[in-house]
Design a protein. Structure first.
Lengths: 342, 342
């Protein structure tokens, strides 16, 4: 059987960043796709998800996952359409989600693929509110945060993919919800559209004072995505038995050394001790993908009924992924950042 | 009914310490005990327990418990004998444990008293290995630490009241156990008598390197009692899904400001994230006193059979309690510090 020659475009890691990534750390390549073997499927990428965790994969510092090798395709989740299948579990036209990387096409044996939820208004939702970021926010909140009506929750990156799910689901559970975001536009969106009780601009000079004023009863759950000065402002406001689900630290991803100045480690430890509080790190793939059904059953109706809203920041074309990713680490996106690949 | 006049000696808080406590922060007083009312018992203190947490009660900084007021008797747990009872639940000669304070006698309505375990070789054990420190170590280890055979545990203050219980119970659960203690004598005791696999002297110049060499498979449980440089040395050695039960930070209790230098907060947070690790603060009275029976059933046989050993550092006379307590915060005691009051 002869096969049509498919030219795959892909973004590879050209070099490891020192501090913030630059365009030179990435390289766009073209290659012919190899022939499809029995058991394999050939995929065409529709939407590539760009997420802060990818910064970790660009470095070879110890982490929970192996780094991307130099000259290898950048790691990333995407929603794709099956173009050809020699695997009985998949047929042409199926929409699938998997860690298929920053590329226009990919070949898989199917073991790393999940079927996308059916009948989505946009396939991109399968890598956003109903994908990895949504699962991260929902499961981290429910399983570690254990929200109780009347409590107060704070989440930063509140207009983003994870933070917006965390805050809206917490509101539906009867909590007071305070977001943190960068800039007036994002804060207005978080309050007016997402229904948070308040949102504080982390660029404000008096950020810590504003945050304190917004949580008159203290903070019971701090969903940690950012670290940095937001965390330092949150620590003194934590209540007894506060819970801190920890799945991101975007403020630190580009750091090359520890900040000088007062050592805040003792402050955190004293607070955890005197408040009997808990911090727990989690990685959504490891901890919660076996509970995907639970998530989908809870979240699909909420999204369909408009009770959980979401916003996407769509960039056109794989070649623009590096710039978009660099901007993501600087908070330049507004909503879940996805690349429309084809 | 006429009652014999009983002269009570007590140590009150004369002033709040700035940094390390000094003898001037305490004052020894004598007072006549008031007459016993219906429902009350009159107690004579046998052994007063001195514990690091008491430093927190001397300050009026926010904490999980109210501070001791100036001129009020110092807070502390003790084992006492019932001298007179007008409460049907207690009879003369009963041994009881409670937060009766730094004094030779006390009067109680019984609500804050527990019966001491029967047939102890020394009543002092009721405030040590079978009292608050023992419960703290045992429950924090089992409930938050969740030890599994083959894992590695590190505990500092390893020759002390809590640390010695943590390490020995962990050994009985099949863990590799590494202690940290101050000085050669304590380290020798921890290994030779308590049976830890290793013990590192935190006064060594190359403490961090020695600790690393002692945990070739990393650290799965770090039972946190001390903070400071031990914690900073532990952080890089934590394994995936490590657990850190946190119930003390003795290295910080006398601190008057945050240490300058590198801010280790980001390092801790990154470690918790990438290792999916957990830190959880707990206060034994709040979390675990309802599980006292579970503790006693597990621990009394271990102590009676000599499987959990303990060492006491006994100071004679209430008047020596302030100096002994000041030394405790400086690691001068060797074993559980108790004051033989009468």
């Amino acid at each position: 059987m002869t096969q049509e020659l498919i030219l795959n475009q892909r973004v590879v890691l050209a070099s490891r960043p020192q501090g913030a990534p630059t365009p030179e750390n990435f390289r766009l390549e073209r290659e012919a796709l190899p022939d499809l073997q029995d058991g394999q499927v050939q995929l065409r990428t529709l939407y590539l998800s760009l997420d802060p965790y990818m910064r970790g994969r660009m470095s070879d510092a110890p982490s929970y996952a192996a780094p991307v090798e130099i000259d290898a395709v950048m790691e990333g989740g995407a929603v794709s359409v099956v173009e050809q299948s020699r695997n009985p579990k998949f047929k042409e036209g199926d929409l699938v989600v998997g860690q298929t990387g920053w590329q226009t096409h990919s070949i898989s044996d199917g073991s790393n693929l999940l079927m996308a939820p059916k009948d989505l208004p946009s396939p991109s939702m399968a890598v956003g509110v109903l994908g990895m970021p949504g699962i991260t926010g929902y499961m981290g909140l429910m399983d570690i945060g254990k929200p109780k009506a009347g409590e107060t929750l704070v989440v930063a990156a509140a207009s983003g993919a994870v933070g917006s799910v965390v805050g809206q689901v917490a509101k539906l559970n009867g909590l007071r919800v305070v977001g943190v975001a960068g800039g007036e536009d994002k804060c207005r969106y978080v309050v007016d559209e997402l229904g948070f009780d308040a949102c504080i601009d982390h660029r404000s000079d008096d950020f810590a004072e504003q945050l304190k004023a917004a949580v008159p009863n203290g903070i019971d759950i701090y969903f940690e995505l950012v670290g940095g000065k937001v965390l330092e402002s949150v620590i003194p406001l934590l209540n007894e038995r506060a819970r801190v689900p920890l799945c991101g630290l975007i403020a630190h991803y580009n750091a090359q050394s520890e900040p000088e100045g007062a050592n805040r480690l003792p402050l955190l430890m004293r607070t955890l001790l005197t408040k009997r509080a808990k911090i727990q790190g989690f990685i959504v793939y490891e901890e919660y993908y076996h509970r995907l059904d639970e998530f989908m059953q809870a979240m699909i109706p909420l999204v369909k009924d408009g009770k959980v809203k979401f916003r996407e920041d769509v960039v056109e074309g794989l070649e623009n992924a590096p710039d978009a990713f660099i901007g993501l680490l600087d908070g330049k996106n507004f909503g879940k950042l996805v690349v429309k690949v084809s």
